[in-house]
Design a protein around this ligand. Structure first.
Ligand SMILES: [Zn+2]
Length: 468
């Protein structure tokens, strides 16, 4: 069914929504029609777990603090992108996880939560990076999570479980992904891998330039495949990164990684596909951590700017900007605007606070650590709630709120008016912005699997490359 006829079909009402509504489709038979072969390159930018409140609050902070909008909202404001909303359900859940979400874009099928391009009947779906590679394009993955994490893996790997990071790291090498940057030393380092294999040696033997710190990036040769691993697991939250001079020296920002990836990938005259993930927006939402959330969303927005600069004066690149699911649905609730502006002065994440707190749980120590991280003076009552939840002695009537993250978020909401619905993923239809060839098919209401078709068709990938 064509995109146009799908729209007409939807307008007819009941039957359309019955077929296309959340959770009803396991694959796509209603692919939008695009300008086939018009895109040489595809840049796919995903802010993981970004509820619309995260997008809004990052934009508000930039406007109120720096006097400018975010790049994402500016694109909307100036009418430079096609805007859509997308249903991200997986094969077995209305509320997806990041693996199934990324696979829906990366192979064009809805799979069960947690699996990586393995179908509901154990079909092995070829992911989009190997597809583009076989068609002569260059391929890249950049993330602030472990490079083997669910979202990048969904574009390049096939595993029963997203938790198989060691195998995913091996598959990236076998599949010759040209550019890989993020965290995840524990899946490469022989001292940390369960099989003691040294994947750094294996990658070097395979012709990769391997770096493990930002200082080494300068020596990168643009024409060789590249692996950059900058942390044991995920790279630091932006709020910790920018307030820790040592980390600023050793770990690149998402924008810096994106810039290097584009420099390298764009040397292929046949074109490329690059996925860029702002991963820790999701982690901060799980932690009800407002500064973790907002500053990582701003770091993601800086990566959008790199893509905008790359595509300036060119019309051969499809750029997709989206998220894979809502998370915790944060928002600025009503109150004094000056309370919200307190977020400008935060210095550290909830994760940093947890690390500093250690086993010492006196009220005065908790208040000190909170003040160092947030510049806020929390009350004795608030500090004792945090102590109690850490000691397992807290009992909220809502079982979802009976955890450290919720209590942390609630304390900060007393001071900033930033509130949270939960500590987990949500079903919200997600924001989708796109421009360049193919984007015309992504207006209005879109099903996640449509994006695979749009990318493959617009890039003119031949049918024969779509299977292993
Ligand atoms: Zn998550």
């Amino acid at each position: 069914m064509s995109h146009q006829s799908r729209r007409d079909f939807l307008k007819t009402g009941a039957l359309g929504s019955l077929l296309l509504g959340t959770g009803m489709l396991t694959g796509t038979s209603c692919a939008p029609v695009t300008q086939r072969g018009k895109a040489k390159n595809v840049i796919f930018l995903v802010s993981d777990g970004m509820s619309v409140g995260a997008l809004t609050m990052a934009d508000l902070v930039l406007r109120r603090r720096d006097g400018r909008p975010s790049n994402w909202i500016r694109l909307l404001e100036e009418g430079l992108v096609v805007q859509g909303n997308m249903d991200m359900a997986s094969a077995n859940r209305v509320v997806t996880d990041s693996a199934a979400a990324s696979c829906s874009w990366g192979c064009g099928h809805r799979v069960n939560n947690g699996s990586v391009n393995i179908g509901v009947n154990n079909e092995i779906h070829k992911p989009i990076l190997p597809i583009f590679r076989d068609a002569g394009r260059s391929t890249g993955l950049v993330t602030t999570a472990e490079i083997t994490h669910a979202t990048p893996a969904g574009f390049a790997a096939n595993t029963e479980s997203r938790r198989m990071g060691e195998q995913i790291a091996e598959q990236y090498l076998e599949r010759r992904i040209d550019v890989l940057m993020g965290g995840g030393d524990r899946h490469y380092n022989p001292e940390k891998r369960s099989d003691q294999k040294d994947l750094y040696i294996a990658y070097r033997a395979g012709g990769y330039h391997v770096v493990t710190s930002k200082q080494e990036i300068g020596s990168a040769v643009l024409d060789t495949p590249f692996l950059g691993v900058f942390d044991n697991a995920h790279v630091p939250y932006t709020i910790d990164h920018i307030h820790t001079p040592e980390l600023m020296k050793t770990v690149p920002t998402l924008a810096e990684m994106t810039d290097l990836a584009l420099q390298k990938l764009s040397r292929n005259p046949n074109g490329f596909i690059l996925q860029v993930e702002g991963a820790r927006v999701d982690h901060a939402a799980h932690s009800n951590d407002p500064a973790g959330l907002i500053y990582d969303q701003i770091a993601f927005d800086d990566a959008i700017k790199i893509a905008l600069d790359f595509t300036e004066n060119r019309d051969d690149t499809l750029v997709i900007i989206t998220t894979d699911h809502g998370n915790a649905n944060p928002g600025l609730s009503s109150g004094s605007d000056s309370d919200f502006d307190k977020i400008h002065h935060f210095k550290h994440s909830a994760q940093w606070v947890a690390g500093q707190m250690g086993e010492s749980r006196t009220i005065s120590h908790i208040k000190e650590v909170m003040e160092e991280a947030t510049r806020l003076h929390i009350t004795d009552h608030e500090a004792s709630a945090l102590r109690d939840v850490l000691n397992g002695e807290y009992n909220h009537v809502a079982s979802r709120r009976n955890n450290r993250s919720s209590v942390y978020g609630e304390i900060l909401s007393n001071h900033t008016n930033i509130t949270w619905a939960s500590t987990s993923h949500t079903s919200d239809y997600v924001e989708l912005a796109s421009y360049g060839p193919g984007s015309e098919a992504l207006e209005g209401f879109v099903i996640n699997t449509d994006l695979f078709k749009v990318m493959v068709d617009t890039a003119g990938i031949e049918e024969r490359f779509l299977t292993f």
